[in-house]
Design a protein around this ligand. Structure first.
Ligand code: PGA
Length: 259
């Protein structure tokens, strides 16, 4: 049985490198203990090197898998404040989150998302491509939003690297401290069927069936396992709950036990 993929998105937390290292150690130990889980930790880019350094002496296979939360599409140059995919790799990242709604809210367009994903794949990173609607209506209009986000990103990506793409379905209304609450497994299940249908049209059936889809938005110890069991998803993108040293290990353990 394939392991469930859990991506911990710390966003702009914690405040110090020492806290980031401590949090990463905790998450890594818990991730290893939860046998059915494969964990990717995405700290702020500034702390990636500190975390990677901490695990330098252990064999590569025993190190935590790290990711960035964003990247730029150029390799280098006059782009103040940006970080390239190769720079992320250099400090230990193997993944990057692209198109998170909190970045789309800062005017990141579908075109930018596509350029970032392309650059990340070319730079050797796996990509977590986030899609999600702002609100859900009875008539299914929100599905057009998802469809457009997928159609504008995926066909342009380098075909050979598509196996390194994972989709995160993150309804915006379910994300963060002001969320209405998590989506239900039933809502997510029907949406993942729709996403797979669009993926099938875009990349063909074989790849579309293999491409993992994660759910994100207000995931906690209560809803994580039911979501993986009944939501048609192969894992979760976890924000706030991944910062809690007491409950995140519980979440990983519960998800790891889902058959
Ligand atoms: P949340 O964030 O779990 O805090 O709602 C999820 C995300 O945005 O990645």
């Amino acid at each position: 049985m394939a392991k469930k993929l859990i991506i911990a998105n710390w966003k702009m937390n914690p405040e110090t490198a020492a806290d980031a290292v401590a949090l990463a150690k905790m998450a890594h130990v818990a991730g290893k203990a939860a046998k059915g889980v494969s964990l990717v930790i995405c700290p702020p880019a500034i702390f990636l090197a500190d975390i990677a350094r901490e695990f330098k002496k252990v064999p590569p296979a025993s190190r935590p898998v790290l990711g960035g939360q964003n990247c730029f599409w150029e390799k280098a140059g006059a782009f103040t404040g940006e970080v390239s995919p190769s720079m992320l790799r250099e400090v230990g990242a193997r993944w990057v989150i692209v198109g998170h709604s909190e970045r789309r809210a800062l005017d990141e367009t579908d075109e930018i998302v596509q350029k970032k994903a392309t650059a990340a794949l070319k730079g050797g990173l796996s990509v977590l491509l986030c899609v999600g609607e702002g609100s859900r209506d009875e008539h299914g209009e929100y599905l057009h939003v998802l469809e457009a986000q997928i159609r504008k990103a995926i066909p342009e990506l380098p075909r050979k690297a598509l196996e390194k793409v994972v989709i995160a379905y993150e309804p915006i209304w379910a994300i963060g401290a002001r969320a209405l609450g998590a989506a239900t497994p039933e809502e997510v299940f029907s949406t993942t069927i729709f996403i797979r249908k669009i993926l099938t049209e875009v990349v063909g059936k074989d790849l579309a069936m293999k491409m993992p889809i994660l759910y994100g938005g207000s995931v906690d110890t209560e809803n994580a396992a039911p979501m993986v069991a009944h939501g048609g998803v192969q894992g979760l993108l976890v924000g706030r709950e991944s910062l809690h040293p007491k409950t995140f290990p519980v979440l990983l353990d519960l998800v790891g036990k889902v058959k």
